[in-house]
Design a protein around this ligand. Structure first.
Ligand code: HPA
Length: 247
């Protein structure tokens, strides 16, 4: 069963025919909100809003472990993450959709593994390819089928937040090879890998990153919401096609 984690601008999947909601407890605490079970076209799917139904949980306070664990326990076979990002590369302006193929983790202090405590064997998880290549192919095919242009590949820089970056920090991320920057990509991706859930992301560029393009002197939040709202409609159409192509 397909699981979708919705980010800023996507606290509900309007095209999900809802059947039930379930509040799940996990050994890692409470997920961000109830899991919504339903069908996208005829395909069963589960949805959770990463920041909570009312968008009240900031990126550094999301209980990523509880969210991923709850989805696995509920029968998810893969996770498609939706997240908004800032565009670092000049051609990735507001409204672009990017399916990243790599990431760099700059977050700190987050609970980023299931393998701790308990005195079990030390586990080192392979993370060479942080996004599942097959699921990425499915996403790209779904986007094509939905007639939506998406950028195939990009390096996602996961920053701690909740503040946005300085212009110099964005310069550093670019020197490191990052194309887009967001605050929620990690540890979500590695936790999914630890539970052997294929994971891939559709990222929505909501703004030029700090110091770039229209954000040369600052990031304007008003225009950010507007872009997200428009672009999420395109994301919904792609997500619907993922199910169709998996039938
Ligand atoms: N930086 C970090 N996270 C973000 C941004 C950004 O510019 N835009 C949306 N999420």
């Amino acid at each position: 069963m397909l699981a979708i984690i919705g980010g800023s601008g996507l606290t509900r999947l309007a095209n999900l025919a809802e059947e039930r909601r379930e509040i799940v407890r996990t050994p890692y605490g409470q997920p961000s909100g109830p899991l919504t079970f339903g069908h996208l076209r005829r395909c069963p799917a589960i949805f959770i809003a990463r920041h909570g139904d009312g968008h009240t949980i900031p990126p550094h306070e999301v209980n990523y472990r509880a969210n991923v664990w709850a989805l696995k326990q509920a029968g998810a076979s893969c996770i498609v993450a939706i997240a908004s990002v800032g565009g670092i590369r000049a051609d990735l302006g507001p409204g672009s959709l990017v399916v990243p193929h790599q990431l760099i983790d700059y977050t700190w202090g987050r609970k980023s593994t299931f393998h701790e405590g308990g005195g079990g064997a030390v586990v080192h998880t392979d993370f060479t390819q942080p996004y599942d290549p097959e699921l990425r192919r499915v996403l790209l095919a779904a986007a094509r089928e939905a007639g939506q242009t998406v950028v195939d590949g990009g390096v996602y820089a996961a920053t701690q937040g909740p503040r946005l970056e300085t212009a110099a920090e964005i310069d550093r991320l670019e020197r490191d090879g990052a194309d887009i920057v967001g605050m929620t990509g990690m540890p979500e991706a590695v936790l999914a890998r630890e539970l052997e859930l294929p994971y891939a992301a559709i990222t929505v560029v909501s703004n030029h990153a700090a110091g770039r393009g229209e954000s040369k002197l600052g990031i304007r939040f008003a225009s950010l919401d507007e872009i997200l709202c428009q672009t999420m409609e395109r994301v919904r159409r792609i997500v619907e096609m993922i199910c169709v192509s998996r039938e």
